[in-house]
Design a binder for this molecule. Structure first.
Ligand SMILES: NC(=O)c1ccc[n+]([C@@H]2O[C@H](COP(=O)([O-])OP(=O)(O)OC[C@H]3O[C@@H](n4cnc5c(N)ncnc54)[C@H](O)[C@@H]3O)[C@@H](O)[C@H]2O)c1
Ligand SMILES: O=C(O)C(=O)C[C@]1(C(=O)O)C=C[C@@H](O)C=C1
Length: 301
């Protein structure tokens, strides 16, 4: 049985268009209506055909929805919720795909006090953005973390879980605050470090006639992939998961300082012990069946 007959997707970039494509591939009977604030994205969505209808406003997009999924940058979630509030059916479930959950949950609850809201985060993505970047298998074998409020109706949580499972994801339920702490270290800090190292190398490159970029090999190139991620999306993630990111950044800075001291005072044993520990972590992840190749890394199976 289909968890929802009509799904509305607001924001038709990488994640929104991937959800639409995955629904088309796995539940072709479900009718999808999409909306994006950018008229060029709406035109492109129309041409690519991953929605049955592309609406002109957020309100008209949700008029007969059973499930509404907000796929816009986390800083825009509250505004979109306000724009669709008057047209939202009373029995619709409102969800999102935002990379941090506490601030989004608060913004949605403030804009839609009567609605059933179940925030979600598919832990899957790429450094690309826009409607052309999406693909139907993005969520296959990936985690989708739901952070329902304590009073969320069980049936609604079950229906949303089934929806994501039908798209190929493995669903986990988590407290929003805990989600934000975990993702701060596993996703947000790695992005911040990549942005920093590529920026620093570029600054140095200007001093050395771009030799830093010119001769960069594998390690640096891996950082440049992450550092190519969408600037607006990541600006919003850092502004909206401020406390957890700053907490993790503090821990990271202390560990970095300890490494700096180990290098300065020639403590080779300390360096080797850390590098051996981190290599074991990587090996155990690969042994658990998670693929070695970057695009598959993080898949559960
Ligand atoms: N990119 C990833 O790897 C990834 C992974 C998981 C979750 N997310 C989350 O998914 C959400 C979308 O990210 P994305 O990568 O698809 O970004 P994207 O830039 O590819 O798409 C976002 C779309 O939202 C539209 N938009 C912005 N403001 C809007 C508004 N007020 N009303 C309607 N449309 C609006 C933009 O025009 C754009 O087309 C973000 O909240 C992000 O945190 C991203
Ligand atoms: O694989 C990538 O390029 C990603 O950055 C994906 C990634 C991540 O950090 O793992 C990025 C943001 C999300 O909210 C979820 C997934």
């Amino acid at each position: 049985m289909l968890p929802f007959a009509r799904v509305s997707i607001i924001g038709l970039g990488l994640i929104g268009s991937s959800v639409a494509r995955a629904v088309k591939a796995n539940m072709p009977e479900v009718r999808i209506t999409g909306f994006d604030a950018d008229p060029e994205v709406r035109d492109r969505a129309h041409d690519l055909g991953f929605c049955d209808d592309v609406a002109d406003t957020a309100g008209t997009a949700v008029i007969d929805a059973g499930l509404v999924i907000l796929c816009v940058p986390v800083g825009a979630m509250g505004l979109v919720a306000e724009q669709m509030a008057a047209d939202l059916p009373a029995d619709a479930i409102v969800s999102d795909v935002g990379s941090c959950k506490q601030s989004v949950a608060e913004a949605l609850a403030a804009a839609l006090p009567e609605a059933t809201i179940i925030p979600a985060h598919p832990v899957a993505g790429t450094e690309k953005s826009g409607p052309d970047a999406g693909f139907a298998t993005l969520f296959k074998g990936r985690w989708c973390i739901l952070t329902p409020p304590t009073n969320a109706p069980e049936a609604a949580v079950a229906a949303l879980s089934t929806f994501w499972q039908r798209l190929g994801a493995d669903v986990e339920i988590m407290d929003a605050r805990h989600h934000d702490l975990v993702l701060a270290i596993t996703s947000h800090l790695p992005h911040l470090i990549a942005y920093t190292i590529v920026g620093t190398a570029d600054d140095l490159g200007e001093v050395t006639q771009s030799e830093v970029i010119k001769y960069s090999a594998g390690g640096f190139r891996d950082f440049t992939r992450i550092a190519a991620s969408d600037p607006v999306m990541w600006r919003d993630v850092f502004l909206n998961n401020k406390e957890a990111v700053l907490e993790m950044l503090q821990r990271f800075s202390e560990d970095l300082t300890a490494l700096q001291r180990a290098i300065r005072y020639g403590k080779g044993d300390d360096l080797e012990a850390l590098f051996a520990r981190t290599r074991d972590i990587r090996r155990s992840i690969v042994e658990q069946g998670q693929d070695d190749d970057a695009p598959d890394f993080g898949r559960k199976h």
